[in-house]
Design a protein around this ligand. Structure first.
Ligand code: ZN
Ligand code: ZN
Length: 368
């Protein structure tokens, strides 16, 4: 049975739990996950009897090809409410995506007579946490592209290059190696800029003695990757750099070594956070430990202090503790892993060697 048919069947098993006749999906990511359809306009309706994809003239051929498990419905924008009435014929209680439907769409839906709308907080997001073998392979491919670019950092991060120039060189490497686009704007944070976890690259030139945090990912065939490494530009960092770097590394390693499926998001978070807090940096690690990655860069499950959801087998998550010290900079180390019954499988494989020696960096000689 195709993965798409399995996903349709899954939704049918949930209809009773949601107390609806049918589920209406308009969010592009959820729509793609359940149907395979990647067009930018479409509505999906799944009931016990039917699986319908409504789209317009522009995407008709594409929908035929990408969504063979769905009955296609020709969307006629010009006919307004009549199109909606036809599309929703035969169902009366319909679940909608409360996190995604706009106020304007909801206002239009409420005009249709004889329908009851049930606002659902999550629909297929929970099922999306569990990646299929094919999805794991796709995310692995995106992660491998990120590995390739990160491996070039010791060669590229020379004194005098700006954060923006370095970000652009890394983007080019990812694009040349098959990325469709960046997963998000690459973060290159040097020196004191590293104190901001989501710093945007500036014209600041890298200097000897900087610590540099680089957080980047590739998007390929709809799937994302995400990885962070922190570096020191120079031969001999001071003891403070090593204290902070080794603490973050130890916290990350403790989480990666001891996490496994069936743990709660807050339990995994504590594996790293307890170590950082015990060293006196509770307030300097101000974000969650990690997040799910798939068709979105941030999705479920989440690892954080207040997350009580359980990690399923074959969830893909980041593990990314960090410490941020205003005026000094920051250190964050992030890996992408598949959660298994006994632990994790690594998708990020780039080594964690932070030192970029000056004697090589200054002349541009390849070190690796
Ligand atoms: Zn990241
Ligand atoms: Zn991340």
């Amino acid at each position: 049975m195709s993965i798409t048919q399995q996903r349709i069947d899954y939704i049918r098993t949930q209809l009773e739990t949601w107390q609806v006749d049918a589920l209406l999906l308009g969010n592009p990511t959820n729509r793609r996950w359940v149907s395979g359809f990647t067009g930018s306009f479409g509505w999906i309706l799944i009931s016990a009897e039917a699986a319908i994809l409504g789209t317009d003239f522009r995407y008709w051929e594409q929908a035929l090809r990408e969504a063979p498990n769905f009955t296609l419905f020709r969307w006629q924008r010009s006919q307004g409410e009549a199109t909606w009435r036809d599309f929703l014929a035969g169902v009366s209680v319909v679940g909608i995506e409360a996190q995604h439907v706009t106020l304007a769409e909801f206002a239009a839906l409420r005009q249709i007579e004889g329908k009851t709308w049930i606002e659902l907080d999550k629909t297929v997001e929970t099922a999306r946490e569990v990646k299929s073998a094919e999805e794991i392979a796709q995310i692995q491919a995106a992660a491998a592209i990120t590995d390739l670019a990160m491996a070039e950092v010791p060669r590229l991060a020379r004194p005098g290059i700006t954060e923006k120039q370095l970000a652009w060189k890394l983007e080019k490497i990812m694009r040349q190696n098959g990325a469709d686009s960046l997963a998000f704007e690459t973060i290159v944070a040097s020196g004191p800029n590293g104190a901001r976890p989501h710093h945007r690259p500036t014209d600041r030139e890298l200097q000897i003695g900087d610590n540099i945090t680089i957080d980047m990912g590739a998007k390929r065939d709809g799937y994302y990757s995400d990885m962070t490494r922190s570096f020191f530009l120079g031969d001999e960092p001071d003891a403070h750099f090593w204290d902070v770097y080794n603490l973050v590394l130890e916290a990350q390693q403790n989480a990666l070594t001891n996490m496994r499926a069936d743990m709660k998001g807050n339990e995994v978070d504590a594996l790293a956070r307890d170590i950082i807090e015990a060293a006196g940096f509770a307030d300097e690690f101000g974000h969650g430990l990690g997040h799910g990655v798939g068709l979105e860069i941030h999705e479920w499950p989440r690892l954080g202090k207040t997350e009580t959801n359980t990690l399923p087998v074959n969830a893909i998550v980041t593990v990314e503790p960090g410490i941020y010290l205003p005026g000094w900079g920051g250190v964050r180390i992030e890996d992408l892993v598949v959660v298994t019954e006994s632990g994790v499988d690594y998708l990020s494989r780039c080594p964690k060697e932070p030192i970029i020696p000056i004697r090589h960096a200054a002349t541009g000689t390849r070190v690796l």
